[in-house]
Design a binder for this molecule. Structure first.
Ligand SMILES: [Zn+2]
Ligand SMILES: [Zn+2]
Length: 130
């Protein structure tokens, strides 16, 4: 019985992150609790930790308040981070830009994904510019 419930929750968490990428444990819990009222923060935390360990879920850049969030896009990519609303957008910076940054760094090699920050279109439109 316990096992069935765990599997059900694991599946729900997996599906959640597929649909709402770059979310935190807390956002997943808030959403899923409307379907599974008995789901706890501990269970969500345990499931996401296991998924990260098994490499079926990645880590995304932290929120402005340093909250951990997850990435279901497991293919290497960079991010744009809105410093106003915390939106994360996947982006692939072209090779020539990476090379130019390396040149500016006198030949240091970039080998991790990059996060560039700014203000997203929606925030600019709503004049919520920092
Ligand atoms: Zn924004
Ligand atoms: Zn991402």
């Amino acid at each position: 019985m316990l096992k069935t419930r765990q599997t059900k929750y694991t599946k729900a968490v997996q599906d959640y992150f597929k649909n709402y990428n770059h979310s935190s444990n807390h956002q997943a819990l808030e959403y899923l609790q409307s379907f599974y009222p008995n789901l706890t923060a501990t269970t969500v935390h345990r499931i996401t930790e296991r998924m990260v360990k098994n490499k079926v879920l990645g880590l995304a850049p932290l929120t402005i308040n340093q909250i951990k969030r997850f990435d279901s896009n497991l293919v290497y990519h960079d991010h744009f981070h809105c410093r106003n609303c915390d939106l994360l957008r996947d982006i692939n910076l072209p090779d020539h830009i990476v090379r130019e940054i390396e040149t500016l760094l006198n030949g240091c090699r970039l080998n991790g994904s990059l996060t560039i920050s700014g203000v997203c279109q929606k925030c600019i439109k709503n004049k919520e510019v920092l």
